[in-house]
Design a protein around this ligand. Structure first.
Ligand code: PLP
Length: 463
């Protein structure tokens, strides 16, 4: 095997090399992401307005686009020590299998019980809720990784945790639900009749299996209608990308330790948090003109926010109770086809990732789910890890890039984010193995329907 003596299979950091601060990539962006708007006044949301929904300290982080570094609280650093640093793995076996001259690395975030990178932000958000003296937090979960991560963080800190779980997942993933309940969370299938917005959605769409957008609306209502609760979100928001920068900071320190410079950095993109977190410190260098990198966001062809969406202000949720965010969006009413099993089903995209993409600093590709599962299978067979379907979007494009190198003979260094494990996605793997998994690409007419729901005000016209 190549270079086995020089670079270890797994590069771990020492405890004292772990990041003590998060990096806020917005600080280095000349053109900043557009601010969140109040849907009533169309004015930028103030800290005061946001703090009715979110914890105070997190509101400060959300609104701050100039401070480059934020301290990671000591308690959060201690919690991280239970499952971090996450390994940076040299995919020697995959390289061998592909017979590529490319060097492939992946940063593996699945080494904790929740099985994904989401715990990195869950603990920080729960920490600030606790520090503010709140009783608990509410949230939505789609596939269940975020809900699981948050319930672990809340159990650790002694906070209540109310999770609105997209109904289709609640039914298809009973084991996820039980993990959350074991950590003490209350789990409600969404839409439900426990909230006004849930009742409204049920009346308008009887029999709906739900969506992340619906579950967000319910969770926000559950937080704002009770004393001592705030809402927390597992992706999309700038504060979440800030917390997830721990992924990129660790990866960069580990690579610097061995003098490795990635040429291509790839991440799957749902709401954009793992991608944003992984690329942040590298993007910072690019923005400051110190280094150049190629960044690729990978999304499902069935929910193609970046590649087929529009860059406009839109609602973050179906019930239209959240602030407006400027982002690449398919419209808050867009619900991906029920046959889509691969996660990453959010209609919008982080405003940071959206702005970087709009400036041409990030590329985007969309891939179909059967080719994603094929890449997952190939990866699992040689690298051993059973990847989450979401993560496998990044695997697919990493393999594509490595195969291109095989053709051109280029020895590129590829880094991708392996965000989690697929143990709760075995139903989807079963469909793939049985050959019953299909692909679904929405037509332009279908996308048009979702986009028709984008709020209409001067300057926000869809071009
Ligand atoms: C939630 C999740 C994603 C997508 O979310 P982002 O905010 O886009 O990172 C990707 N992979 C896994 C395993 C997840 O749980």
């Amino acid at each position: 095997m190549k270079e086995q003596n020089k670079i270890p299979y797994k590069i771990y950091l020492e405890e004292n090399e772990m990041p003590k601060q998060y990096y806020n990539v917005r600080a280095d962006m000349k053109k900043k992401p557009a601010p969140l708007l109040n849907p009533g006044t169309l004015e930028p949301m103030t800290a005061e307005e946001l703090s009715g929904v979110f914890c105070e300290e997190l509101v400060k982080q959300e609104l701050d686009d100039t401070t480059a570094y934020f301290d990671i609280p000591e308690e959060v650093q201690d919690f991280y020590k239970m499952y971090r640093p996450s390994p940076l793995v040299r995919a020697y076996c995959l390289e061998e299998k592909l017979q590529t001259p490319a060097k492939i690395y992946y940063k593996f975030e699945g080494n904790n019980t929740s099985g994904s990178h989401k715990l990195n932000s869950a603990i920080t958000q729960a920490y600030y809720a606790k520090k503010q003296g709140l009783r608990g937090v509410t949230t939505e979960t789609g596939a269940g990784q975020w809900g699981t991560a948050l319930s672990m963080a809340c159990a650790y800190l002694g906070l209540d945790c109310d999770v609105y779980m997209v109904k289709v997942s609640y039914e298809q993933k009973p084991f996820r639900r039980e993990v959350m309940r074991t950590y003490g969370a209350n789990v409600t299938p969404s839409p439900s009749d426990t909230t006004e917005v849930g009742k409204k959605i049920l009346a308008e769409h009887p029999g709906t299996t739900g969506s992340l957008g619906c579950a967000i609306s319910e969770a926000v209502e559950a937080a704002t209608s009770r004393e001592g609760y705030r809402y927390v979100l597992g992706s999309v928001l700038s504060q979440v990308l800030l917390h997830q920068s721990v992924i990129g900071l660790e990866a960069k320190t580990a690579m610097d330790k061995y003098g490795i410079k990635p040429d291509v950095i790839i991440g799957c993109a749902g709401g954009g948090s793992n991608l944003g977190g992984l690329i942040s410190p590298f993007m910072g260098e690019k923005l400051r003109g110190e280094q150049d990198y190629q960044f690729i966001a990978v999304e499902p062809a069935s929910c193609p926010s970046l590649t087929r969406g529009k860059y406009v202000y839109d609602f973050c949720d179906t019930g239209m109770v959240c602030p407006l965010a400027k982002m690449y969006t398919l419209g808050s009413g867009f619900i991906p086809s029920a046959n889509h099993a691969g996660g990453l089903r959010y209609h919008g995209m982080s405003s940071i990732v959206s702005e970087l993409y709009d400036q041409g600093l990030i590329e985007a590709r969309s891939v179909e789910q059967t080719e994603v599962f094929k890449a997952a299978e190939e990866f699992a067979r040689v690298e051993g890890i059973l990847p989450a379907p979401e993560s496998s979007h990044a695997i697919k494009v990493a393999i594509d890039e490595a195969l291109k190198c095989k053709e051109t003979g280029e020895e590129k260094t590829i880094l991708f984010g392996l965000t989690g494990t697929g143990y709760f996605d075995l139903k989807a793997y079963e469909n793939y193995n049985n050959g019953t998994m299909g692909d679904y690409i929405p037509t332009d007419e279908e996308l048009q329907k979702g986009l028709a729901g984008v709020p209409n005000f001067p300057g926000n016209e869809i071009k």
